[in-house]
Design a protein. Structure first.
Lengths: 306, 395, 260
């Protein structure tokens, strides 16, 4: 196959990997600070994407046409709204269930995800149908030999990298990040050191949800379409990626995201009828991997004391 | 205390056995209510009836009327179980010519069997299965394929459906047996999503339109023909209802015996504290796979029969959302409680069918309801009681 | 007369990252004796129990029990060999009844087959009756008030009664070796005395019962144990009768800090 096609696949894989990584990081952060699997995360991504779309529709109707204004507005709206939603979820559903068995939190968030998904389907105008998403990034492309490097995808990739780097800086270089890592490691000690546990949890959920909103927006811009079920599979893949990398490790989540995208790409290329079965292939490989190395590439944190 | 002769019966004054009557009264009220609800058509009346039920339940609970009923059922289980079967037959008899209602009843019965299977996995063993509807669908597709292309007797087809679901389930669970709970959750969710895609993509299995399923025939008796006995006409669904009832009674007895045995104890011990249970000789992997397989066997059989009842199968009926409905039934009824499962199934299946206005919203409503239950009454409607190995036995 | 030790550990080492939880630990436990295992918090006592019962793997060393090598054996295998234990932080199944919890300990004596449990209900009934009598008898030793309440959920009981039930769970299958991890935590002096007397009473009934006892109350150690082993930072620093060990300077420093 020619270099152009390979480059195409690589680009696609990178974009997918980026989106998966963003979702996976959310899962890993939630598990890190609270030992919870928040299954509604994928659906928060969906709501984020729809918030962006609604912002676009609203602002366009108000007469604003400039892409330079619309895109940042959508970004800010989606991120702010999802951060708020994430905090609300933490405050009302996750924190109150801390003393209940972990299963209950998993179930509650799973049901919440369904509720969010159904709410979009039922209450967003024509929510049951896929909705076109505007192309707001420059559509030009730079020819590089046999491959056309699209400007919009490159911008998104760069932005994604920026977000991930920013997150790493936040976690490793700021006091807030230090507090988050402290709580993730040992809640009791963190509390005795004066860290406001509840506040940190809320902030962590806000960050994770904001990342999901960003990923949702990226998804919309990349496919030029969104639908109410988009978060379901993305959430499952994001969770899988977080597990591959080892729950609790941010590096692992990022790694896992790109690995899963790579597996999908390999599946699409190598198998006959590849595109239909790429997901099955990728999951099958992951399941075998989990049997071999249940704690992931980077050790999942063990919180049980005997 | 002097050295007691271990062979002598413990010297405790026996409490009188709970009376049969509270249970009987509850059954009579429930039967009358159900018949009324199923017979009524006007939406306002139905809403009124539902509101009445909620108010009555809350009032009964507040007035302390529920406890004697629960005690009655707990200690006089055999008699009340038999009466419950009669009650179902009474409801069926009342609607003997009504295809719609009988189909609804059969659906309730088969969903209950499936949820009893799910209960073994979820409620007893603590193995998360978010693909319950998928295994139900595997059973249904088995009926479709075998009935159309082979001469396997239809009762055997039911068994094959169960075995296939059990087999696929164990293959799915094996890799994640030694990992923590959320891995099983992930694997089953992924399976639920991917199976639907797989079915839609494969035209051999009918693609998105699905397949037709030939009706059941046992020894020349065709289940799809209406029945007339003497001067009485019966809907053909009666045959299916009788078979479903048999299946449910069998499944119910199985689940009750399982819970009231050392196996039930092992499952609970493993679910509650795997490490401690291991230190007392329990092998968690063995029991997880046993529970998962047994549960899927029940789900598969129920699905196989359901396929024949409905007459067709399609991927859209066995989605992840449907699996979540099954899980909702379990959580609403009271996880680990077979009677709770039965009651919750009736509620979850019948209400949206009667209250057409909420049909569209049922996924949303049940999701919200479960959230409320988990936050405020996680034990569910009929909480699971402490294990009594022999109902009515006292120390 | 030298008897072969029931439990023999040689060179046991267990590390967690950079921390040596057990370092080159050797100990012999003789049949029929009560061995005290003492040391400051974090000295490796529970780690030793976890290593013997197979919950933790070992980095180095060997363990032999009753003539057989159990190094690296699974917790299930260790249980079947005849070792039972209690846990430092009580690990009972709270929603289950007292009887259920005790029966968990009786696993190897109960028929676990599907056919037996689902179909042979009369035989199951006989096994149930037997088990009920046995648990009742055991509970009567430790807390007679509970004997009529065997089907109460354990979660309703006060902490002290839970600890007693946990010991019953360990004793029900008549193990050869009993590992007790701070059984009297949270009890008053009198309750502790009573508990120890009850344990001795059970022990007298089948005198093959060997016990390793982790305790913080030194009075108990002095009264009950035949010998002691003292751990500090994962290493054995003293061994012998309690009086000798208590007088040992290293031991005193370990507990109280180095003398000025």
């Amino acid at each position: 196959m020619d270099a152009g096609l390979i480059a195409q696949y690589v680009m696609n894989g990178l974009m997918l990997g980026m989106m998966y990584a963003l979702v996976a990081v959310g899962f890993t952060l939630f598990f890190g600070v609270l030992d919870v699997i928040k299954f509604s995360h994928g659906d928060v991504l969906t709501v984020g994407a729809f918030t962006a779309l609604a912002t676009f529709v609203g602002l366009s109707a108000a007469g604003i046409r400039s892409d330079l204004l619309l895109l940042p507005a959508m970004l800010v709206a989606a991120i702010a709204a999802m951060a708020a939603l994430g905090m609300l979820i933490a405050r009302c559903l996750v924190l109150p269930l801390r003393s209940a068995p972990a299963l209950n939190t998993l179930l509650v968030t799973l049901m919440l995800g369904t509720a969010l998904r159904e709410a979009v389907r039922l209450f967003y105008p024509q929510g049951a149908n896929p909705k076109p998403f505007p192309a707001l990034l420059p559509a030009a492309s730079i020819p590089l030999g046999q491959f056309n490097l699209r400007l919009d995808n490159s911008i998104m990739l760069a932005a994604g990298v920026g977000v991930i780097v920013g997150l790493q800086l936040l976690l490793n270089r700021t006091r807030l990040g230090l507090a988050i890592r402290a709580v993730a490691q040992d809640e009791e000690t963190a509390r005795t050191m004066g860290i406001n546990f509840n506040a940190i949890v809320l902030v962590t959920f806000a960050i994770g949800s904001a990342l999901a909103a960003f990923a949702g927006l990226m998804n919309g811009l990349y496919y030029n379409e969104i639908n109410f079920g988009m978060g379901l599979l993305l959430g499952v893949i994001g969770f899988t990626a977080a597990i591959i990398g080892g729950l609790g490790s941010v590096y692992g989540a990022i790694l896992g995201g790109f690995l899963f995208a790579a597996l999908q790409t390999i599946g699409a290329v190598a198998l006959p009828f590849g595109s239909a079965y790429k997901d099955v292939f990728a999951f099958a490989v992951v399941i075998v991997f989990m049997a071999w190395r249940p704690t992931g590439l980077i050790q999942e944190k063990i919180s049980e004391r005997v | 205390m002097a050295e007691a002769d271990p062979q002598a019966a413990p010297r405790v004054a026996p409490k009188p056995r709970a009376s049969l009557w509270p249970g009987v009264a509850a059954l009579v009220v429930a039967t009358a209510y159900l018949i009324t609800l199923l017979a009524v058509e006007r939406q306002q009346l139905i809403m009124g009836l539902l509101a009445l039920a909620i108010v009555a339940f809350v009032a009964a609970s507040w007035l302390g009327l529920l406890a004697p009923v629960i005690r009655s059922f707990a200690q006089r289980e055999r008699a009340l179980g038999a009466l419950a079967i009669l009650a179902v037959l009474a409801v069926a008899g009342y609607f003997r010519e009504d295809h719609f209602v009988l189909l609804l009843l059969v659906t309730v019965l088969l969903y209950t069997v499936a949820c009893l299977g799910l209960n073994i996995q979820f409620g007893y063993a603590g193995v998360l299965n978010f693909a319950g509807a998928s295994f139900f669908g595997i059973g249904a597709y088995t009926s479709a394929v075998l009935n159309a292309h082979t001469v396997v007797p239809h009762l055997v087809v039911l068994l094959v459906g169960g075995l296939l679901a059990a087999l696929i389930g164990s293959l799915l669970l094996l890799p994640v047996l030694r990992t923590r709970g959320h891995y099983a959750a992930l694997v089953t969710i992924a399976f639920a999503l991917l199976l639907k895609t797989f079915l839609e993509v494969n035209d051999v299995l009918g693609g998105p339109q699905g397949l037709q399923v030939r009706g059941m025939q046992v020894l020349g008796w065709s289940f799809n023909d209406n029945i007339s006995i003497g001067g009485i006409e019966l809907s053909f669904y009666m045959s299916y209802l009788a078979l479903s009832m048999l299946l449910l009674v069998g499944a119910f007895i199985l689940v009750l015996r399982l819970e009231r045995s050392w196996i039930g104890l092992n499952l609970d011990a493993m679910r509650l504290d795997e490490t401690a249970a291991s230190c007392f000789g329990l092998n968690p992997a063995r029991w997880k796979i046993t529970a998962f397989t047994l549960g899927n066997f029940l789900i598969g059989i129920a699905g196989a029969l359901f396929g024949m009842v409905g007459g067709f199968v399609a991927p859209n009926n066995y989605t992840f959302a449907d699996s979540l409905i099954l899980v909702s039934i379990l959580l609403l009824g009271g996880i680990g409680s077979p009677w709770g499962v039965a009651v919750a199934t009736v509620i979850v299946v019948v209400v949206p069918e009667k209250l057409q206005t909420i049909q569209e919203y049922r996924f949303l409503l049940y999701a919200l309801l479960v959230i409320v239950v988990l936050l405020f009454r996680p034990e569910g409607l009929l909480p699971r009681p402490v294990r009594r190995y022999f109902p009515g036995w006292r120390q | 007369m030298t008897k072969t030790p029931l439990l023999q550990a040689r060179g046991l080492t267990k590390r967690f990252g950079g921390v040596v939880a057990l370092g080159d630990f050797n100990v012999d436990v003789h049949p029929g004796e009560i061995l005290g295992l003492i040391g400051p918090n974090g000295s490796g006592k529970t780690t030793f129990f976890n290593v013997v019962t197979g919950i933790y793997g070992i980095d180095a060393g060997k363990i032999a029990f009753d003539g057989a090598d159990i190094t690296g054996a699974s917790p299930q295998a260790v249980y079947h060999a005849g070792i039972a234990r209690t846990f430092q932080r009580s690990r009972l199944s709270l929603p289950l009844s007292i009887f259920d919890n005790i029966m968990i300990g009786n696993h190897k004596r109960l028929d676990q087959g599907l056919w037996f449990n689902l179909m042979r209900r009369k035989a199951f009934r006989r096994q149930f009756d037997e088990s009920y009598r046995a648990s009742r008898a055991l509970v009567e030793v430790f807390e007679p008030r509970l004997a009529d309440k065997l089907f109460e959920p354990v979660g309703n009981l006060p902490m002290i009664d839970r600890r007693r039930i946990e010991i019953c769970r360990a004793l029900i299958n008549e193990p050869k070796l009993l590992l007790l991890d701070e059984p009297s935590a949270g009890m008053t002096h009198d309750e502790t005395s009573e508990l120890m007397n009850d344990i001795l009473q059970v022990r007298d009934k089948h005198n093959r019962l060997t016990i390793v006892l982790v305790e913080h109350e030194m009075g108990v150690i002095e009264r009950i144990t035949d010998r002691c082993v003292v751990l500090n930072f994962g290493r054995k620093i003293a061994e012998g009768r309690y009086r000798e060990v208590a007088a040992d300077r290293q031991v005193q420093e370990a507990y109280l800090g180095a003398a000025a």
